[in-house]
Design a protein around this ligand. Structure first.
Ligand code: GLV
Ligand code: MG
Length: 346
């Protein structure tokens, strides 16, 4: 294992030093754009004002014969857009595909200075991150990139889930991780045909009551994986995200799935359809009433220690820390969103 003092040395002479602390950014929704489609590319400047992250997708859902056009489109949209505080990410093709190497070489050479994060699909273990980490350092040095490009892993193989802690700890270049429920379902041989969300047959039946119908409660298929991923990320100071929700007609189901992820500690989710932008914004911005209560806790315990009662509820050092998470997030949201800033009175 590497000596701790060497972890933050650049992996190539001339590459920028890795971040010791991740930049604080609001990333409630990672909005996917197919960059080979000119009509959608033209909307990116307007989109960048509405979302927290714009992601040019090069991987699944982009047809094999459009892979090069998507890569060129991503470069074009990166050059043509002023992103301001909105993040610019790309999802490259998997490392074992015929396109990954050129994705990395061409994109970093052309727009490495504008790109914040590379999303890497089908990460099986820390070795995938180490490969990309080293290659990015060499390219950053070669192209005189001034800030490190971060890596975001998709957790979507059974082997990746087995190695999730090692992936989260693999490099200071790690930004975070997203649950990829569609590929993970396939990798595990789950008997489903959905992209995220629940399944009506995954349920628990109440005990039989005398003659009456038995109540059935649908369970969350993703709870175990999400919990494991959130702990791995939190323990290593990187950010967890829910991934895609493929049924665009089920806004309620999408909102419920995103909300469970938010409550469990996730920072955001993917939006694959414009209708999901508002859902993610609603879910991943803390509720004004919760923020108001959290501010009461902070005000009642200025030192962050001791015990007080507020509205009949016991508060102590631990609830102070929870309140701080909520208020810190509200401040980050308020910087971007004047309407919510007013609701939070910030
Ligand atoms: C996302 O890439 C997924 O497979 O769910
Ligand atoms: Mg996938």
């Amino acid at each position: 294992m590497k000596l701790a003092r060497n972890v933050y040395k650049p992996l190539a002479i001339g590459a920028p030093a890795p971040y010791r602390v991740l930049p604080m950014r609001l990333e409630r929704m990672i909005h996917f754009v197919p960059p080979q489609i000119e009509k959608l590319r033209a909307k990116v400047p307007e989109l960048a004002r509405k979302v927290d992250v714009v992601l040019g997708n090069l991987e699944d859902a982009i047809p094999a014969d459009a892979k090069e056009a998507a890569r060129a489109g991503l470069i074009e949209m990166a050059r043509a857009t002023e992103f301001g505080s909105t993040g610019l990410w790309t999802r490259i093709n998997a490392l074992n595909s015929p396109w990954a190497l050129d994705d990395i070489l061409e994109i970093v050479a052309a727009v490495g200075d504008k790109l914040d994060v590379i999303m890497l699909p089908k990460v099986d273990g820390p070795w995938d991150i180490h490969y990309l980490d080293q290659l990015l350092a060499q390219l950053e040095a070669k192209h005189a990139i001034r800030k490190p490009i971060l890596i975001h892993a998709i957790l979507e193989t059974a082997e990746g889930v087995k190695n999730v802690e090692a992936i989260a700890a693999s490099s200071p270049r790690m930004h975070g991780m997203s649950l990829g429920p569609a590929d993970l379902a396939a990798s595990r041989a789950m008997k489903t045909t959905r992209v995220g969300g629940g399944h009506p047959d995954y349920k628990v039946l109440a005990d039989p009551a005398d003659g009456g119908a038995r109540a059935a409660f649908q369970q969350d298929l993703w709870h175990y994986t999400l919990g494991k991923m959130v702990d791995a990320c939190a323990a290593n100071g990187v950010k967890p995200f829910y991934g895609p929700f493929g049924d665009f007609s089920d806004a309620e189901g999408c909102e419920a799935q995103f909300r469970n992820a938010f409550l469990m500690g996730c920072a955001g989710a993917w939006s694959l359809h414009p209708s999901q932008i508002a859902i993610a914004k609603r879910v991943f911005s803390p509720d004004p009433a919760e923020v108001a209560f959290a501010r009461k806790i902070l005000a009642a315990m200025p030192e962050g220690t001791g015990a007080v009662m507020i509205d009949g509820k016991m508060q102590d050092d631990a609830t102070w820390k929870q309140a701080k998470v909520m208020v810190d997030l509200a401040r980050l949201v308020a910087e971007k969103d004047p309407e919510l800033a007013a609701k939070y009175s910030l």
